[in-house]
Design a protein around this ligand. Structure first.
Ligand SMILES: [Zn+2]
Length: 222
């Protein structure tokens, strides 16, 4: 097992050339997207302007009851943050993806996705109706009609988001450690559905109170 401690930051540049990517597209600020990723393909998410949170869930395309599991991922690597070398695991503890490059160095597994409920609890009652990642997920799943819905929304990964755990054991939404052009890259270990909400949150510093676009690239296996 490749143990990853709470403070590990493993910076790793990618050798892949964007000119060779089979998908290269912008993901607009605040919007959801759902797309297939085949076993062996490599996905890169680029934080174009810095401090944008990409809230991501993964499902096994051959058995969508198998999904990303924060607890299995943390348990197996022995650490709470994701970085180069982290294996993203399912609720059956199987590898779903491996992070193969990372120029940001730290990604969150604990903060979850923003929702009407968390907007109300964290900020103010009148924030309830602001657009959220949970709304984004539901909209994308409803449009795709692939048999996934509300019951399949589980705790997600927040790429580029900085949620340090304080000495008292609390979670803190802190200023991002990401910056313009930083990216994370991962290889699919099974056929996947990738569900991303490019976080529309306006009330905390996870995306600098200003949602910005990301860039998504996919390469075929070499
Ligand atoms: Zn969000």
């Amino acid at each position: 097992m490749n143990a990853i401690t709470a403070t590990d930051v493993r910076l790793q540049e990618s050798a892949l050339n964007p000119a060779d990517a089979v998908i290269d597209q912008f993901h607009p600020a605040g919007e959801p997207i759902l797309f297939p990723l085949d076993k062996g393909q490599v996905l890169r998410i680029v934080d174009l302007e810095g401090n944008q949170a990409a809230d991501v869930l993964f499902y096994n395309r051959d058995d969508p009851a198998e999904h990303y599991s924060a607890t299995d991922t943390m348990l197996h690597q022995g650490g709470i943050y994701l970085t180069t070398g982290s294996v993203i695991r399912s609720n059956d503890a199987r590898p779903m993806l491996t992070i193969v490059a990372d120029t940001c160095g730290r990604h969150d597994t604990l903060g979850g996705a923003c929702a009407a409920e968390s907007n109300t609890v964290r900020y103010a009652l009148q924030k309830k109706f602001m657009h959220s990642c949970r709304d984004n997920y539901l909209i994308a799943l409803q449009h795709a009609d692939i048999g996934l819905g509300k019951r399949d929304l589980v705790p997600n990964i927040n790429f580029f988001m900085n949620v340090p755990v304080t000495e008292g054991g609390d979670l803190k939404f802190a200023d991002g450690v990401s910056g313009p052009g930083k990216y994370v890259e991962m290889r699919a270990e099974m056929n996947l559905w990738v569900l991303i909400s490019n976080c529309p949150q306006l009330n905390n510093p996870c995306n600098a109170y200003n949602p910005t676009p990301t860039r998504l690239l996919v390469w075929n296996p070499t």
